[in-house]
Design a protein around this ligand. Structure first.
Ligand code: PLP
Ligand code: TYF
Length: 391
């Protein structure tokens, strides 16, 4: 039977991890997979998480099953950070825990499919897994251009998608720190997007995987909140894997905004059934650590300070790149106005290969770089390599 299977390409981003690890050059530079790194290239566990994990070890008295919804203390403690001062919007938002943001995106799209959505409009390029999950669910992807050639977000394209979508279609947006471009909608653009969703009745699915890595926890949620304030219904897929540094512990949540409580209950009875058929229950540890942090003011302050440091360091790298001006034909100045872990460089696949082979500099074939892979130590080398290759 197994001979009926054909080999599949590995995840290109995850494959880069191995390629980089196998490179013996000491001055190699890893700008591949999206994890935060310090100035010394480390991806440490947050101190606030370490403290919370110790509390968890000391106080957890059972590892018995919870349920498909996971740790509701975690799910609810996050809500003020995501949704603001009225975190349930008058009892219209509820959530459940998922295995990472990936599980949340999967659940959002599977539930949309169950509710009759067959086609999802999405700005491209996007995180590659969005398209893979849609394909796996047998849903159609209707792509539009996320950005204009001048590096601004393409408002006309997203408005056309929202206004043109039919009742069996949805529009998927990144809440902030767009992966892979770093190009986010401005506040004015979000306002126009919210108005279009409200007027058209098109269903919004919002993926928030990087809250706090752009301009701040509140600032990064503002666009999404503008949409939620304007619409009757929406799905939100959330990840804590970047803003709490929990990557491998797979911490995420799925939220639904509905017209009223009865609709929420029905939505979650369906979401629970989908979760049971997929992973049964989410892993507990990382979500429990987040809950412990968010219920303790000191740990919360420590977490927010660590997030501030991450954000400031990435801003510093962006500013340093922009100050360099150009590298060869590449204009680096737009990177200062982009957000989060990623930006795209206008390099060819061949140039990406040359950067890797001749300069030990690893990035996605698309030209996406992980800003946090750059440090004061390797930035001059990176700019020189880029100038040499993209002459
Ligand atoms: N959504 C986007 C846009 C992402 O870039 C990622 C990747 O990290 C995810 C969701 C999934 O995150 P997680 O690692 O929590 O599954
Ligand atoms: O885009 C990235 O690098 C992150 C991490 O299948 C990631 O979002 C990459 C691929 C993947 C899961 C997470």
């Amino acid at each position: 039977m197994l001979d009926r299977l054909s080999p599949q390409a590995p995840d290109a981003l995850l494959a880069l991890i191995r390629l980089h690890a196998a490179d013996p050059r000491e001055d190699k530079i890893d700008l591949g997979v999206g994890v935060y790194r310090t100035e010394t290239g480390a991806t440490p566990v947050f101190a606030a998480i370490k403290t919370a994990e110790q509390v968890l070890v000391d106080t957890q008295d059972s590892k018995s099953y919870l349920g498909p919804e996971g740790d509701m203390g975690f799910v609810n403690a996050l809500m003020p950070y995501i949704f603001g001062a009225d975190p349930t919007m008058g009892g219209r938002i509820s959530g459940m825990q998922t295995p990472g943001g990936t599980g949340a995106v999967r659940l959002a799209l599977a539930l949309a499919l169950k509710a009759g959505v067959k086609r999802v409009h999405m700005g491209v390029p996007s995180w590659p897994n969005h398209a893979q999950i849609l394909a796996d669910l047998g849903m159609e992807l209707a792509p539009f251009d996320h950005a204009n050639p001048d590096g601004t977000a393409n408002l006309d394209a997203v408005l056309a998608a929202i206004n043109g979508a039919s009742a069996d279609e949805a529009v998927l947006l990144h809440a902030c720190c767009h992966n892979p471009t770093g190009i986010d909608y401005t506040a004015e653009q979000w306002a126009a997007i919210a108005t279009a969703f409200a007027a058209s009745g098109t269903f919004p699915i919002i993926d928030s995987a990087y809250q706090g890595l752009g301009h701040g926890m509140e600032e990064d949620a503002a666009g999404m909140r503008a949409v939620l304030a304007a619409v009757p219904e929406a799905f939100i897929a959330y990840s804590c894997d970047k803003n709490f540094g929990q990557y491998r512990d797979r911490v995420g949540a799925f939220y639904v905004l509905a017209k009223e409580q009865g609709a929420l209950d029905t939505a979650f009875s369906n979401a629970n059934a989908l979760a049971r058929a997929g992973w049964s229950m989410p892993p507990d540890h990382g979500g429990a650590a987040v809950r412990i942090i968010l219920r303790d003011p000191d740990m919360t302050a420590q977490w927010l300070a660590e997030l501030d440091d991450m954000r400031a360091r990435m801003r510093g790298v962006r500013d340093a790149l922009a100050q360099a001006g150009t590298a060869g034909r590449i204009d680096l100045t737009p990177l200062a106005h982009q957000n989060g872990l990623f930006s795209m460089l206008p390099v060819t696949k061949d140039e990406v290969a040359t950067l890797r082979e001749e300069h030990g500099t690893y990035m996605a074939a698309s030209g996406r770089i992980n800003i946090a892979g750059l440090t004061p130590g390797n930035l001059p080398k990176f700019i020189a390599a880029l100038a040499a290759v993209a002459a």
